[in-house]
Design a protein around this ligand. Structure first.
Ligand SMILES: [Zn+2]
Ligand SMILES: [Zn+2]
Length: 242
């Protein structure tokens, strides 16, 4: 026979309060198979809690059982120990992680230091090169100055000589046009002597052959280039590969 119960009202109670949750009294877990039996023994064979009816007649009648309380205590102790061990382990792992992080920082710091040292050493090399370049360039420039001064001086002397020569020619032409024979004869001797002097350039230096050459300032940096190419760390070729 099936009994019908009237449908329960699902509308919310007045005031909007949700229905109160069932109070958690000193409830004991009850067996699903035997509704009146408390779960109060432990089946060691299946590692489950069960009831005494199950142990005597039911699913666990051939099983090894243990008192509920003592099993509870043993397993609780076991769990406590397990937790303590895990906490210890976690601490140890945390320690390793911290150490690894510390190692990262140290590596970064060491790299930073080595890099700045490297830059410093290279800058020093650059400054040596710059200094040598400046010195050598200024030697070439100094010789240029000296040579140009000499040539310019010589040019001045030749120009002065040319000017004098031109004047002599001019005066010579004037003498040619002298109509008075007596005056002409008086001055011509003097001018012929002057022409002789003016046409001679023996007192003016000649520029030496190859004076303009500057190839004695040729450089050969082959060895230095090789040395630069061989720049490496002191432990260069013996570096460990991790
Ligand atoms: Zn049962
Ligand atoms: Zn069992």
């Amino acid at each position: 026979m099936i009994s019908f119960r009237p449908p329960t009202h699902t509308s919310k109670p007045e005031g909007g309060h949700p229905p109160a949750a069932p109070e958690r009294t000193e409830e004991r877990a009850m067996c699903q198979e035997h509704e009146d039996e408390q779960i109060n023994i432990y089946c060691v064979t299946h590692s489950v809690p069960t009831c005494s009816m199950c142990q005597v007649f039911g699913a666990h009648k051939d099983c090894e059982v243990a008192p509920f309380k003592s099993t509870y205590q043993t397993q609780k102790t076991e769990l406590t120990d397990g937790i303590a061990m895990m906490v210890g382990n976690n601490d140890r792992i945390q320690g390793i992680i911290s150490q690894l992080e510390e190692t990262c920082k140290t590596i970064e710091e060491n790299v930073r230091r080595q890099k700045s040292q490297l830059c410093e050493k290279f800058d020093h090399l650059y400054s040596i090169l710059e200094e040598r370049k400046r010195d050598l360039s200024s030697k070439v420039a100094a010789e240029q100055e000296e040579k140009l001064n000499y040539i310019r001086g010589l040019t001045m002397k030749y120009k002065e000589h040319l000017e004098l020569s031109c004047k002599t020619v001019e005066t010579g032409i004037q003498t040619m046009e002298e109509p008075e024979m007596a005056v002409f004869l008086q001055t011509v001797k003097y001018f012929l002597k002057r022409i002789g002097e003016a046409s001679s350039t023996s007192h003016l230096e000649m520029v030496e052959r190859g004076y303009e050459a500057m190839d004695h300032y040729t450089v050969n940096f082959w060895r230095e280039g090789r040395a630069l190419h061989s720049i490496d760390f002191i432990s260069g070729r013996k570096r460990k590969s991790w």
